[in-house]
Design a protein around this ligand. Structure first.
Ligand code: LRH
Ligand code: MN
Length: 429
């Protein structure tokens, strides 16, 4: 029996105000899609099966290197974070997995599993962290971790990743995500080839410890915290790594880790075409790795990414990229942002499912440029909110996410029991 963190009667009461209008909106959209030869229920069923993992580190208020402004009812530990994730899952019905980060979420793995399964939550990819030093560890990652010149430092970073695999095995994760900040700040500071060789050697040791049914995701990022060179800097390097490591190795695409205006949807197509697209960290950005809410700055780009994913899915039924959010909520209630972001990622998937792929291919092959472009725009311009809301409603979630969450007064309730967090800290968590 799954516990509900929000009193179901609050959700029912809010839904009761909206369900008739929703039914009407759904039926009228259904008629319009019918005229396009599309079954709205088929789209809704696919949307209902779509899941996106919530980052444990995203439910606390985030910050920058300059400052962090904690909000009310900040989660005190991973168990508070799991409860906040349960709220997001209950109302969206689209986020029944959590992605942990070690050591930030280190705790008794069996307690973690229990705390999550109480709310019907599971664990997605587990993230290692060798981009910050951990108290009690001998070696510092100041000059790198898995790619460090110093062998003892590399060994410590390897052992940390092996520990993450062990924790993951107990809690039911099936993947390890490895993002490292290793790089350099000055020309000449490192030998690129030797540094990359160290990294590959270290990763081969980590790879050899993966259980048979696991995957390892390597995440590329253009810069930060290193500002001259980064070991895993771009998708090309990431593809090389996945090929070097083996069949269980895949590339993870964090949307914010590319220079502005980079054609990310084409990177997605390339990695998928060569069988090395493992998953995503969805967020949005305007300049750097801004970790803004997915779909909040450039929703058309998010749609174009899903247009590529649905294209691959239409040719490969086994294609199962891991979908995760990776955001930092500096000025909003993280629960509200994560709910809307999960829904906006679902929205891009639903819109991409509306593209008439046969007619699109015919127009592409005929160089009928505008007809081809129109097929994407018509899908993108379709308001699929009735499909998203009906999927939530039928699964016991909220028709109006924000209104229902605010009606629950969850934030005010937890602010009663969770102590105020002192101001003055900085950093993303
Ligand atoms: C690096 C990153 C990575 C996480 C961290 C919290 O920028 O995207 O995925 O480990 O954020
Ligand atoms: Mn990321």
């Amino acid at each position: 029996m799954t516990d509900h963190i929000i009193d179901p009667s609050v959700v029912e009461a809010e839904n009761a105000k909206l369900s008739t209008d929703l039914r009407n909106d759904y039926d009228s959209l259904g008629e319009r899609l019918d005229r396009r030869g599309i079954s709205i229920d088929a789209i809704k069923n696919k949307v209902a099966a779509f899941n996106i993992a919530v980052p444990s580190w995203g439910v606390g208020t985030g910050g920058t290197r300059f400052a962090r402004f904690p909000g009310k009812g900040e989660p005190r530990d991973i168990f508070d974070k799991i409860e906040d994730c349960a709220v997001i899952s209950q109302l969206t019905q689209a986020t029944n997995t959590v992605s942990l980060h070690i050591p930030w979420d280190r705790a008794d793995p069996n307690r973690l599993k229990q705390a999550a399964s109480r709310f019907g939550l599971g664990f997605d990819a587990i993230n290692s962290n060798t981009f910050a030093d951990e108290k009690g560890k001998l070696q510092s990652y100041k000059y790198g971790s898995l790619s460090a010149a110093d062998a003892a430092t590399r060994q410590q970073a390897i052992e940390h990743n092996l520990e993450c695999i062990d924790i993951g095995k107990t809690i039911g994760s099936k993947a390890l995500t490895v993002w490292i900040g290793d790089g350099s700040n000055f020309p000449g500071q490192v030998n690129f080839a030797r540094q990359f060789e160290h990294y590959l050697d270290s990763m081969k040791t980590v790879y050899s410890a993966l259980p048979d049914d696991w995957r390892i995701f390597t995440e590329h990022k253009m810069y930060e915290p290193a500002f001259y060179s980064t070991v895993v800097q771009d998708w090309g390097t990431n593809y090389l790594i996945a090929k070097e490591l083996g069949d269980k190795a895949y590339c993870l695409v964090d949307l914010g880790h590319h220079a502005p205006n980079v054609n990310i949807e084409m990177i997605v197509s390339r990695l998928a075409q060569f069988g090395k697209l493992g998953g995503f960290h969805f967020n949005d950005s305007k300049y750097g790795d801004d970790d803004l809410d997915a779909g909040s700055i450039d929703p058309f780009r998010l749609f174009l990414v899903f247009n590529e994913l649905v294209d691959v899915e239409s040719r490969d039924a086994d294609f199962r990229p891991a979908h995760m959010l990776d955001q930092s909520h500096n000025v909003t209630d993280p629960i509200e942002s994560l709910m809307l972001s999960a829904s906006d990622v679902q929205r891009s998937y639903a819109q991409a499912l509306l593209v008439n792929r046969n007619e699109l291919s015919a127009a592409q092959d005929a160089n009928d440029v505008l007809t081809a472009a129109q097929h994407l725009r018509v899908a993108y311009r379709t308001d699929v909110e009735p499909i998203l809301a009906m999927s939530r409603f039928e699964k016991g979630g909220a028709i109006d996410l924000l209104a229902t969450y605010r009606a629950s007064a969850y934030r005010a309730q937890v602010a009663q029991i969770r102590p105020e967090v002192a101001v003055g800290s900085s950093g993303i968590v």
